[in-house]
Design a protein around this ligand. Structure first.
Ligand code: ATP
Ligand code: PYR
Ligand code: K
Ligand code: MG
Length: 565
């Protein structure tokens, strides 16, 4: 059976026949089976994976076989079929444990969708090498791994540990926190602090928290630029770990509230990110929406055709206060639980996470849940049960992406940690589909223009139809990626194949839930696009005759339901 039904909603150029221009108007036109009327394009003998340009430059539209999908997606689709592809996306922080080409390749093969570089650590030259390697990987192997640059932000943190990757602080030990610049090696039990005003601001009796309480000290004495502290909660000190100090049970933040969100060093890093053409810039310690607006206009002025997305990291009390407008202004958000847990009581972090994830979905912005998902795997090859439960909860909340930090940057088992994220995501997604455990979420309209509202209606209808008809996949043809994001937002049961014309949009879509992005040069003629896609996918055994597909497009604003011929 090869049946196709189509509903076309055209806003700007209505053809002579009566075509409804509004969802509330007369019933959709049901056209006759399409593929009987159409010659199916023959698949070229073996359509090559088009090597990615990786700078967002579309492939020449004249190339008829231009089609880009990575080997891992391809293998996954072939092995397990559409239904069991992973919907939750995975972000890996790249550090000394994973910066080599083979290590990066292993992560890409393991499911890394986005590589994060943290400008708190390493030099720009180091980061440039990582970016170049990821680019090469995309170029040579057809991956679409996006690059996210994370700014340092101007919070108080420790310095490097004189070359050590970590140092143990034991109970009762006396450590010196100092703003002095030591020119040779650090004296024993001494930690550098980056903030000049540190010794002035802290008081004897204050509690000093490293990484939000992973290690705790009590301030016992101030001697000029040095602050002597006693370790009260032992643990591992990591280079450049964040520091907060607490007095009478509250966070002391008058001083660091004066520090700018984007420091002068951050601006240089941002210039670097723009020059390198990273896909996402994640801004640490965002306090208000203004800083996002400011950064976006800076990026726009610096690179006119840049499509760098700005991700707001929610990791401070102020960001929670201004949450809605921050998310509204940004292109996405990160639940940065590491620092967030240092600013609000730990028991409030889960509720904050749930609120941020829900709000992002309502506002149609991708959201990443980050930090300590598999913290114990920095040292051990298996996660704790509690960590698996935490990952499951983030997947169940249907966050767009999960992120590894220390686990992939400097841990001993980066690939194993990624495997855990992948297998837990797959299992929970399956459980949730089979048991229909999700609560329906009210998704308010987000578009400002009528055409955007039509797109929203089309996508929510298509997603609902896909669930009710149990289709195998939704195909979306989208130049900007907007229609794909609207479909992803509906979190349908089936995967969404997103066909887009540029590598840059393809990489951006790689952060969003349920999207399998392909680069394909297509035309405004949906019938020929569909036939070409079917031919290309069939030639690679990615789909087969009879698969039920819903296709939508942002050029035509249409919905079509059909069996693959
Ligand atoms: N480029 C790098 N070079 C060296 N070490 C790194 C690098 N990136 C990360 N790390 C190590 O991995 C750990 C965890 O990384 P992560 O990106 O979470 O940093 P973080 O310092 O906790 O800051 P943030 O709050 O920005 O996440 C770091 O504390 C650091 O020890
Ligand atoms: C990711 C990050 O910055 C944090 O958790 O603090
Ligand atoms: K950072
Ligand atoms: Mg942080």
């Amino acid at each position: 059976m090869s049946v196709s039904h189509s509903l076309n909603l055209r806003l700007f150029a209505p053809p002579p026949t009566a075509i409804p221009t509004h969802a509330h108007q007369p019933p959709p036109t049901l056209l006759l089976p399409r593929h009987r009327r159409l010659p199916c394009l023959r698949a070229s003998s073996s359509p090559e994976i088009l090597v990615s340009d990786n700078n967002g430059v579309p492939a020449p539209p004249s190339d008829p076989s231009s089609f880009e999908v990575d080997a891992v997606t391809e293998a996954e689709l072939k092995e397990n079929g559409f239904r069991s592809t992973r919907r939750t996306k995975l972000v890996c922080t790249v550090g000394p444990a994973t910066c080599g080409f083979e290590q990066l390749e292993a992560l890409a093969v393991g499911g890394m969708n986005v590589a994060r570089i943290n400008m708190c650590h390493g030099t720009r030259e180091w980061h440039k090498e990582v970016i170049d390697r990821v680019r090469r990987l995309n170029h040579e192997k057809g991956f679409a791994v996006a690059i996210m640059m994370d700014t340092e932000g101007s919070e108080i943190h420790m310095g490097d540990l004189g070359g050590s990757s970590s140092v143990k602080a034991d109970d009762g030990e006396i450590w010196t926190f100092s703003v002095r610049a030591f020119d040779s090696t650090l004296p024993q039990h001494t930690i550098n602090v980056n903030y000049e005003g540190f010794a002035e601001d802290v008081q004897v009796g204050d509690e000093l928290l490293v990484d939000g309480g992973m290690v705790r000290f009590e301030v016992i004495q101030k001697i000029g630029p040095d602050v002597e502290c006693r370790c009260t909660d032992p643990g591992l000190l990591l280079p450049r770990a964040n520091l907060t100090f607490w007095r009478n049970g509250s966070l002391v933040r008058e001083r660091n509230a004066m520090l700018p969100t984007i420091s002068s060093k951050d601006w240089l890093d941002i210039d670097f990110g723009i020059a390198e053409g990273v896909d996402f810039i994640a801004i640490s310690f965002v306090k208000s929406a203004e800083v996002i607006t400011h950064l976006k206009s800076y990026i726009a002025a610096r690179s006119r055709d840049s499509d760098i997305s700005v991700i707001a990291k929610i990791e401070s009390i102020d960001s929670l206060k201004n949450l809605e407008e921050i998310i509204q202004t940004a292109d996405g958000a990160m639940v940065a639980r590491g620092d967030l847990g240092a600013q609000i009581p730990l028991e409030q972090v889960p509720a904050a996470q749930q609120r941020i994830v829900q709000l992002c979905r309502q506002l149609n912005k991708p959201v990443i849940v980050a930090s300590q998902l598999l913290e114990s795997m920095i040292e051990y090859p298996t996660p704790t049960r509690a960590e698996v439960a935490d990952v499951s909860e983030a997947v169940r909340q249907r966050a767009d992406a999960l992120m590894l930090s220390g686990e992939s940057a400097m841990g001993q088992y980066p690939e194993k940690a990624l495997t855990v994220l992948r297998s837990v995501s797959l299992r929970i997604e399956k459980w949730w589909r089979e048991d229909k455990r999700y609560e329906a979420m009210l998704l308010p309209s987000v578009g400002s223009y009528f055409s955007e509202k039509i797109s929203e209606e089309i996508c929510s209808s298509a997603a609902k139809m896909a669930d009710n008809l149990e289709v195998d996949a939704i195909f979306v043809y989208t130049k900007t990626g907007y229609m794909a994001s609207l479909l992803s937002r509906c979190r349908p049961d089936c995967p969404i194949f997103a066909f887009t014309t540029t590598s840059s949009v393809r990489r951006h879509l790689n952060l969003q839930w349920g999207l399998i992005p392909f680069r394909l040069s297509f035309s405004d003629d949906m019938e020929s696009n569909l036939n070409r896609t079917f031919a290309l996918l069939k030639a690679r055994n990615l789909i087969k005759s009879g698969d039920l597909v819903i296709a939508v497009s942002d050029m035509l604003q249409s919905i079509q339901v059909m069996n693959v011929p």
